[in-house]
Design a protein around this ligand. Structure first.
Ligand code: PAF
Length: 280
């Protein structure tokens, strides 16, 4: 039986009871409109934990004033069915007014990491993410929490927050799940018109081409970024927000490929902003 929990008090009570019984709680925070990427996180949590909680909460504080909060796709019935099938024990589905009551004032800012890449284009976005994730951790009290690597910057920021604030949660990052043509799964893919949808696959293809270039010995990051931009430009209606190559450990922009790096892209396909990345 999958429990649907609407209030913060009952969620805390549920988790406290599990903890008293010595159960390991796995947690998958989501904004709903689930896809196979979310389900892969749930399945891993089910494998590794005694009890699995998923949250569905379209977090208003991570959307900018001109962003798609109202338009963000929602279908609780469909999501609940998928979560049940995947083996979730409890779905936490709180009311935004309970999460952010009138007079709410506290935010978490992870310096520097939250200011670059998506944080530069979407000021305040990662404060919203870090804040809601910290709140959810306090409410659900998980032993382990599962995040997808598609949101590469997000999982780095959450790991840093957990380390810096001494939170007792293990952060598990899992590989991006992709459509057959390589497009990273995202709830936002549902916004794409059919021609945009097929053009969007160039984002992943350009990352794979960059990996090949690096494999063939090209180490100049600007050359690699130019090659990515050139490939993306072969498709109409895609506007690049950023292409970045960074050291996977320090997160610093890399001029040369040395050691482990990641390449990340954010691009508008029509009006839909998509992100993807590859670790090399
Ligand atoms: O990745 C997401 O869906 C969201 O950013 C998260 C982690 C659920 C916080 O709202």
């Amino acid at each position: 039986m999958t429990k649907i929990i609407r209030t913060i008090a009952s969620m805390k009570k549920f988790s406290a009871a599990q903890k008293r019984r010595g159960k390991k709680i796995g947690f998958v925070p989501t904004m709903g409109y689930l896809h196979a990427g979310h389900i892969s996180l749930i399945k891993q949590a089910v494998k590794e934990c005694d009890v699995v909680v998923a949250s569905i909460f379209v977090n208003p504080t991570q959307f900018g004033p001109k962003e798609d909060l109202k338009k963000y796709p929602r279908d609780f019935k469909r999501d609940a069915k998928m979560l049940k099938k995947a083996g979730v024990d409890a779905i936490f589905y709180p009311d935004p007014k309970a999460m952010y009551p009138k007079g709410y004032k506290t935010y978490i800012y992870v310096r520097e990491l939250g200011d670059v890449m998506c944080g530069k284009t979407r000021p305040g976005h990662f404060e919203g993410v870090a804040t809601v994730v910290a709140k959810l951790f306090n409410i659900v009290m998980p032993d382990a929490a599962y995040f997808g690597k598609k949101d590469f910057q997000q999982q780095i920021i959450i790991k840093k927050m957990v380390a810096d604030l001494n939170m007792d949660v293990k952060i598990v990052s899992l590989p991006t799940v992709r459509e057959a043509d390589g497009l990273a799964m995202s709830s936002r893919n549902t916004y794409l018109e059919p021609d945009e949808r097929s053009n969007a696959a160039i984002i992943n293809r350009s990352l794979l081409a960059a990996k090949k270039l690096i494999g063939s010995g090209v180490s100049d990051a600007s050359k690699i970024k130019k090659a990515i931009a050139k490939l993306i430009a072969t498709k109409r209606g895609i506007k690049i927000d950023y292409i970045t190559i960074r050291d996977a450990k320090t997160f610093d922009e890399a001029a040369k490929i040395k050691g482990k790096v990641f390449i990340a892209i954010a691009a508008y396909v029509g009006r839909t902003r998509l992100i993807d990345n590859i670790e090399i």
